[in-house]
Design a protein around this ligand. Structure first.
Ligand code: TMP
Length: 492
C-alpha cells in the first residue's frame, strides 16, 4: 500500500490543532475546534459582559487572537470571553501572560569591565526575553538587581561621546524654545551633558551612580543619588521643590523595572501643564534591523510606542508626541502629559503614525517575536562561521568600541580572544581591563595600528559611518569591516 505523504502545511495544521485542543478548550465550546465553522458572521457574544466580539476561528482562520493568552476557562462548556474581559480575568487570577521568545544565554553585567583576579566573582544571569500579551511590553524575563549595574563603578560617560553632547545641547535648545519650562529635572543625569544646558537654580538631577552624582553636584546642580521611585518623588516634594515643568530622561526609563511605580512617581511631581520627555531605543527599529544586541542587563524593557501608550494610560498619563531618532541605533523620543489636560487628549499625527506602523509590523503579535528569534539564531550561526573561517585562514580581527551591545553578542556567540584579539575603546575607564564574560582585552584606540589587523568587527555598529570615515586608511590598506546588523556581512 502506498504510504500517505503528509505535506508541511498539513503537519503545521495538525500541530496547531493539537495545541488548540490542549490549551484552548473554549474554542471547542463554541464548536470551532478542529473543524472551523465558517460563519458569515464571525461575531460571538462575550459570556461575561454580553458584547459581541470577533472570533478568528469562526471567521475561518486556523488560529485566533485568544491563542496568545493563557487559558482561563476551566470547563469545556464555557463560552469565550472578549479581549477586555479575558485580560481582566487573567489579571484577577494573576496569571502570567508574559511569553518567552528569546534566550541569549548566560550573560554578565554588560558594562562591568574587569581584571583577571575578578573572574571568580563575575556575576552571570540568564538573558531571556518575554512579551507581555496584555500591555505588549517586551522585557527581560529575569531582572538584574539595579545596584549591581548602577553604582560607583559605572563607566558610561555621556560627555565622552561628542555626538551625544551635541544631541543633548540640541534637544535642550528645542525644549526651551517650544515649551519654555521654568523648573527642570533630569532622571539619570549621568555626568551632566543635558543638565549643563539649564540654569542650576531651577534644575535638579537624579543619578544613582555616585561617581556621576558628584560630578553634577560639583557643577552646581542639586543631584539626588538614588533610584527613581515614588518614594524619591515624595522626598523631593518634601524638600520643598515645586512640581516640575519638564522632566527629562535619556536612555534611563527603559532601565527601570517597575514601570507602574516609575510613571506614578512622574505623575506625582509633574506640574499641571508640565511635560515628561524621555528617549529610549525603539523596539520597532530593533526588530527591523535584527539588532538583538540592544538587549542586555540594563535594558529591562525595549519600548514600542504601542506598549508605552498602554502603560502610560494605565497610570493617568498620555503620550502626545513621538520623535523618531537615529541615536543608539534607532530610538524614540516620547512626550507625555497628564491625561486630564483636555487640549492634549488628542495625540498628534506622529503618535498615530507610529502606532499604525507598529501595528502593520505586527508588534502586538507574539508570532513577530518568534520570527525575530529565528533571525537572531541565524545571525549567531553566520557570525560564528565567519569568525572561525577567518581564524583558520590566519586572519587577525579586532573589535571597535567596547559597547554594552558587544557584550551581548560576544557572550551569546561564545566569542573570545581566540576569535577577536582585542577591543579598542576611547573610554579610559575601560582600557587595560577585560571585557565582561568574553574576557577579551580592551585597549586604547591610539595604542593599536589597525593595519596590523585584517578585519575590524563593529562593536559600535551604530556609528558605522563615522568610524568608516575616520578609519579610511585601514580600508585603503586593504582592511575590511564586519558587522552583524542588519545581517552578518563584510564591507570595505
Ligand atoms: P555603548 O554603545 O555601550 O553606549 O558604548 C559605546 C562605547 O564605544 C564607548 O565606550 C565608546 C566606544 N566608542 C569608541 O571607542 N570609538 C568610537 O568611535 C565610538 C563611536 C564609540
Amino acid at each position: 500500500m502506498k504510504k500517505k505523504v503528509v505535506t508541511k502545511d498539513e503537519l503545521d495544521r495538525w500541530i496547531r490543532e493539537a495545541k488548540m485542543n490542549a490549551e484552548f478548550p473554549q474554542h471547542r465550546a463554541h464548536g470551532a475546534y478542529g473543524n472551523p465553522r465558517i460563519d458569515k458572521n464571525s461575531e460571538i457574544i462575550c459570556k461575561e459582559c454580553g458584547t459581541e466580539f470577533g472570533c478568528d476561528i469562526n471567521a475561518g482562520k486556523d488560529t485566533c487572537w485568544c491563542f496568545d493568552y493563557p487559558n482561563v476557562l476551566k470547563s469545556k462548556s464555557q463560552n469565550c470571553l472578549c479581549k477586555d474581559c479575558l485580560s481582566k480575568k487573567i489579571r484577577e487570577k494573576k496569571m502570567v501572560i508574559k511569553k518567552e521568545f528569546l534566550d541569549l544565554g548566560r550573560q554578565p553585567i554588560a558594562n562591568k569591565f574587569l581584571k583577571e583576579d575578578e573572574f571568580n566573582e563575575e556575576f552571570f544571569f540568564d538573558l531571556k526575553v518575554v512579551f507581555d500579551e496584555d500591555t505588549k511590553l517586551v522585557s527581560l524575563k529575569e531582572f538584574v538587581k539595579p545596584e549591581l549595574m548602577f553604582n560607583e563603578d559605572y563607566v558610561y560617560h555621556t560627555s565622552l561621546s561628542v555626538p551625544m553632547v551635541k544631541h543633548f545641547k540640541e534637544i535642550a535648545e528645542m525644549l526651551m524654545k517650544e515649551f519654555n519650562p521654568l523648573t527642570v529635572m533630569e532622571i539619570g543625569s549621568n555626568d551632566g551633558a543635558f543638565l549643563k544646558n539649564w540654569l542650576n537654580d531651577y534644575t535638579i538631577g537624579v543619578e544613582p551612580c555616585g561617581n556621576f552624582a558628584k560630578v553634577t553636584e560639583d557643577m552646581g546642580y542639586q543631584t539626588y543619588s538614588e533610584f527613581w521611585t515614588t518614594e524619591l518623588s515624595e522626598k523631593i516634594k518634601n524638600d520643598g521643590h515645586v512640581d516640575f515643568d519638564l522632566i527629562y530622561a535619556a536612555n534611563c526609563i527603559c532601565h527601570i523595572q517597575d514601570l507602574d511605580d516609575c510613571f506614578s512617581a512622574i505623575k506625582n511631581i509633574l506640574s499641571k501643564k508640565g511635560i515628561f520627555v524621555f528617549e529610549d531605543p525603539s523596539l520597532l527599529r530593533m526588530l527591523e534591523r535584527g539588532s538583538y544586541d540592544q538587549i542586555y542587563d540594563e535594558h529591562a524593557h525595549i519600548f514600542s510606542v504601542t506598549a508605552l501608550d498602554n502603560i502610560l494610560r494605565k497610570n493617568g498619563l498620555i503620550l502626545f508626541r513621538v520623535d523618531n531618532l537615529s541615536v543608539h541605533g534607532g530610538s524614540n523620543r516620547i512626550y507625555v502629559r497628564h491625561a486630564n489636560i483636555p487640549t492634549d487628549l488628542i495625540p498628534d499625527e506622529f503618535v498615530r503614525n507610529n502606532l499604525q506602523k507598529e501595528k502593520e509590523f505586527g508588534i502586538d503579535k507574539f508570532q513577530t517575536y518568534e520570527i525575530f528569534a529565528e533571525r537572531v539564531e541565524k545571525s549567531k550561526e553566520d557570525l560564528c562561521k565567519l569568525l572561525s573561517e577567518l581564524k583558520e585562514a590566519g586572519k587577525k580581527v579586532v573589535s571597535y568600541g567596547a559597547t554594552s551591545k558587544s557584550t551581548t553578542v560576544f557572550n551569546y556567540c561564545d566569542i573570545d580572544e581566540t576569535l577577536i584579539e582585542c577591543i579598542t575603546d576611547t573610554t579610559p575607564d575601560k582600557q587595560g581591563l577585560l571585557a565582561p564574560g568574553s574576557h577579551i582585552p580592551v585597549v586604547d584606540r591610539e595604542s593599536v595600528n589597525l593595519k596590523d589587523f585584517d578585519y575590524v568587527f563593529l562593536g559600535a555598529w551604530n556609528f558605522k559611518d563615522s568610524i568608516a570615515n575616520r578609519e579610511r586608511d585601514f580600508i585603503k590598506a586593504g582592511g575590511k569591516f564586519i558587522t552583524h546588523v542588519p545581517e552578518v556581512m563584510e564591507f570595505s
